[in-house]
Design a protein around this ligand. Sequence first.
Ligand code: AMP
Ligand code: MG
Length: 332
Amino acid sequence: MALRPVDGAGIAVAAARLRRGGLVAFPTETVYGLGADATDDRAVARIFEAKGRPHFNPLIVHAPDLAAHRAWAVFDDRALRLAEAFWPGALTLILKRTPDAPVSRLVSAGLDTVAVRVPDHPVAQALMRAAGCPVAAPSANRSGRLSPTEAGHVAASLGGAADLILDGGPCPGGLESTVLSLTGDGPVLLRPGLVSRDVIEAVVGEAVVGPVEAAGPAPPGTPPESPLESPLESPGLLAAHYAPRAPLRLDAGEAQEAGEALLAFGDAPASGYAAVRNLSPAGDLTEAAASLFRLLHELDALGPAAIAVSPVPEDGLGAAINDRLRRAAVRS
Ligand code: AMP
Ligand code: MG
């Protein structure tokens, strides 16, 4: 694994690696991705190996613009409107594959759908344009672990499994993209993210439901479902995810045991904790999203007995932040 600074030469070397079937970690506006040529089965298979990712968990395909994605994904009017409104940006669309889609079936994990996104980051854009191929890229961390928002997080999590890491500094957004499925009747929000539900609803002019609502009432006698389990076909959205090593205690007030660390928000009281980091002292949700994974990485590295987390409001970006925190709190 080599860490490359981002200049023209770094981009050219990284693009050549991708074209030869290599794995390149690169920054996007959400988190760092671990990229491979999406048309190359062997390269895509290497992503699953490098991350220890289950093969039933499909990957997002990235391209520099909407025009490129039309070769492998079917865009209806609604998908076109969303792509025009939010791309480049942090919205991933799940669409039907075109009949002879020139991307590996492995990225779809056997489904007849494909996840597509246009990242809004100069390094990601330069890399994709130089490589000239669609780039399959999940977050550049070991499966089930915290997503990386800095090049150093990638190196620590993947070690030598990435052929090259492009160091473009911290990711400005800090949370993964919103995942919206357009393969059924209505739009279904599979993963909350940086693009919030209400702005999507304003563009499509219809209600966006969550996976549990979309699945409808369970047949009588079915055991109750965890709200974090997705009953829809998005097998990667498992409850346990984004896990730090330390157990997480949500909606925390006072310290409860010796050696607990606190991930605070706003002016939450912090006395009695062994270590404290604040997502946003001013209570700003955009700042909190951008610092969430970095601060969780930092606190986890101190080896605390537990990480307590102050309550974060559920509105706007808070929904995505709380989604990640709830998943991080589930022990697998
Ligand atoms: P990440 O692993 O962070 O890149 O997240 C990608 C997410 O998108 C995962 O949770 C996948 O399960 C989901 N995803 C990717 N492709 C599809 C697809 N074809 N259908 C449904 N969900 C998908
Ligand atoms: Mg991930």
